[in-house]
Design a protein around this ligand. Structure first.
Ligand SMILES: [Zn+2]
Length: 391
């Protein structure tokens, strides 16, 4: 039998439900309480109106938010790319080819090594408030290695993405068409049972628009839903393709034409911005303000991977988004919680309202604004996942 717990004395509660709070998108409630029962939120509102419960936790005048939803990461890998990062910070430009280094290390690793690495970064993310994460294959690039990556990931999350089309496998350097045939054929058949999503890196040096379309439509025919790495390093067809195929998310969105912005704004496709990548490659920031002003839905995620964004910290991405991408603190917090949930087409997470999953975090600060106001400070001091306190 479950027992109910009230978290009371919350200075600022972010519900992401405008009807519960101040009618802002964050649905803020001051002097608030949240009641959880089992793995669900059953009540949220002003403390003085809270129902009686079996247990009580005093938040001590601090802020409570929905757990972060990190809707874009690459955590099944081995090795690291310290030398590449060091070289790049010494003046060399980033190109998609660096992925090959991680492919070689990942292929050479045992299942146990890959899983130990994955859980290490998941624990790291959890301590920083991430209660839901998506993760991808893409460092195996053989049928066996891609399926193995997805099988390992699927033991830790429901949000698993098949990214056999990360780059053209080095084994097919002279025949990219044959690699696309593999990714959309035998490799897809082996991977589809473990994945919910299919993804492709649509970029010069990776896959062009026609190849990306072939990958995503083949995945869709096998019951996988599309998402796409789009318009990261250059302008290209990725965003338009995402919207045309009703992809849940177009990720990166750094180089956008006005037509790309309009297409996103008129669609259900979320623009997922990954500022850790621009930070770690000294690249131009995506313009979140332009997307938001046009009416697009924006998510913020880490893109955690050993090559171009080796951070598991959503709070760090929030701080970057506010400082460098024109987002307000409220917008950035919404995008890292409710926005991430939208990018995964989920409505049970990313909000704290009756019926939502009891995934929440306690900040050692009176307000969510401190996530941007106090960059680099480990403010997350408590995490509940499915109603159980895990940090
Ligand atoms: Zn990525």
């Amino acid at each position: 039998m479950s027992s109910s717990t009230a978290i009371t004395n919350i200075a600022t509660l972010v519900t992401n439900d405008p009807s519960l709070g101040d009618n802002s998108p964050l649905g803020l409630v001051q002097d608030a309480a949240v009641v959880i029962d089992g793995d669900q939120v059953v009540w949220a509102g002003e403390s003085r109106k809270a129902p009686a419960t079996d247990n009580r936790v005093d938040a001590g005048g601090r802020a409570v938010l929905p757990g972060f939803v990190d809707s874009h990461s690459h955590l099944v890998f081995a090795g690291d790319r310290t030398q590449e990062f060091n070289a790049r910070m010494s003046g060399r430009a980033y190109s998609a080819g660096g992925i090959r280094t991680t492919v070689a290390a990942t292929r050479a690793a045992t299942d146990a090594e890959l899983e130990a690495n994955l859980t290490r970064y998941l624990d790291e993310a959890l301590r920083q408030g991430t209660t839901t994460f998506e993760t991808k294959s893409g460092y195996g690039l053989t049928t066996e290695d891609e399926a193995r990556a997805l099988r390992i990931a699927a033991a830790h999350t429901d949000e698993v993405t098949y990214l056999g089309a990360h780059i053209v496998s080095p084994d097919f350097a002279d025949d990219p068409a044959a690699y696309v045939a593999l990714v959309t054929g035998e490799m897809l058949d082996a991977c589809a049972p473990y994945a919910r999503w299919i993804d492709v890196f649509c970029e010069k040096g990776a896959f062009d628009g026609d190849q990306a379309r072939a990958v995503l439509t083949a995945g869709r025919a096998k019951g996988l839903h599309p998402r796409i790495h789009a318009n990261q390093l250059s302008y290209g067809p990725g965003v338009q393709l995402a919207v045309e195929l009703d992809a849940a998310s177009a990720d990166h969105c750094t180089h956008l034409t006005d037509a790309d912005v309009d297409a996103l704004a008129g669609s259900r496709t979320v623009a997922t911005l990954l500022p850790g990548a621009e930070f770690s490659t000294r690249a131009e920031w995506p313009d979140a303000r332009r997307l938001l002003d046009a009416g697009a839905t924006v998510a913020l995620s880490t893109d955690c991977n050993p090559g171009s964004s080796f951070t598991s910290s959503v709070p760090f991405c929030i701080a970057l988004a506010v400082r460098e991408m024109g987002m307000t603190p409220d917008e950035a917090v919404w995008s890292a919680t409710a926005g991430g949930a939208r990018a995964l087409r989920r409505d049970d997470i990313g909000r704290l309202a009756p019926g939502a999953r009891a995934d929440l975090l306690l900040l050692n600060a009176p307000s969510h604004v401190h996530l941007a106001y106090r960059p680099g400070v480990p403010l997350v001091t408590g995490v509940w996942r499915r109603g159980v306190r895990v940090v």
